[in-house]
Design a protein around this ligand. Structure first.
Ligand code: OFO
Length: 165
C-alpha cells in the first residue's frame, strides 16, 4: 500500500507527465511554424513518449488501488526564440523532471516502498537518456550556429527519429 503522502506526490507527477506532453506539443507547433518539419516530428514523438510515461504511471496507480484525482493540466505558452532556444528549454524542463523524480524516489525509499521505488527507477533511467539526447542535439545546433544549410541538415536528422516506447 502506497502511503497517502506518496500517493499525493505521484498524482502530481502523473499531472506533470501529461503537462510535459503538452509542452512538447507546443514545441512541435513552434518548430512546424518555423519550417523545421524534422524538429516538429521529433517533438511530436517526444509528446507521445510523455503520454506513454503518464499512462505507465496511471496504470501503476490503478494497479495499486490508488483513488485517482486528475488535476488541471497547466496551459503552455508556445513562445520560443529559435531552434536552439526550444531545445535548451526542453533540456531545462527535463532537468526539472529529473529533480522531481529523484525527490519521489527519496520519498519511496523513506517509506520502504520497494514497488514504487522500482517503478521510479525506470523513470530515472529514462531521464538520463533524454537529457543526453537533447544535450547532443543542442551541441549540434551550437556547432552550426546560424548556418542555414547546417540547420537544414540537423532538421533532416531529427526527422529520422521514430517512436520507441
Ligand atoms: Fe521526460 O520524461 Fe517523462 O518522465
Amino acid at each position: 500500500m502506497i502511503s497517502k503522502a506518496l500517493q499525493k506526490e505521484l498524482i502530481i507527477q502523473l499531472n506533470k507527465e501529461f503537462h510535459s506532453a503538452y509542452i512538447y506539443l507546443g514545441m512541435s507547433a513552434y518548430s512546424s511554424k518555423e519550417g523545421f518539419n524534422g524538429a516538429a516530428s521529433w517533438f511530436l514523438i517526444q509528446y507521445q513518449e510523455e503520454v506513454s510515461h503518464g499512462m505507465k504511471l496511471f496504470k501503476y496507480l490503478e494497479d495499486q488501488n490508488v483513488e485517482l484525482s486528475l488535476p488541471t493540466i497547466d496551459a503552455v505558452k508556445v513562445e520560443y526564440k529559435s531552434l536552439l532556444d526550444v531545445f535548451k528549454k526542453s533540456l531545462a524542463h527535463e532537468q526539472t523532471m529529473t529533480k522531481n523524480l529523484n525527490n519521489l524516489s527519496d520519498l519511496a525509499m523513506k517509506d520502504k516502498d520497494h514497488a514504487t521505488y522500482n517503478l521510479l527507477q525506470w523513470y530515472v533511467t529514462e531521464q538520463v537518456e533524454e537529457e543526453a539526447t537533447v544535450g547532443e542535439i543542442i551541441d549540434h545546433i551550437k556547432l552550426v550556429g546560424d548556418n542555414g544549410y547546417g540547420l537544414y541538415t540537423i532538421d533532416k536528422e531529427l526527422a529520422s527519429r521514430s517512436f520507441v516506447d
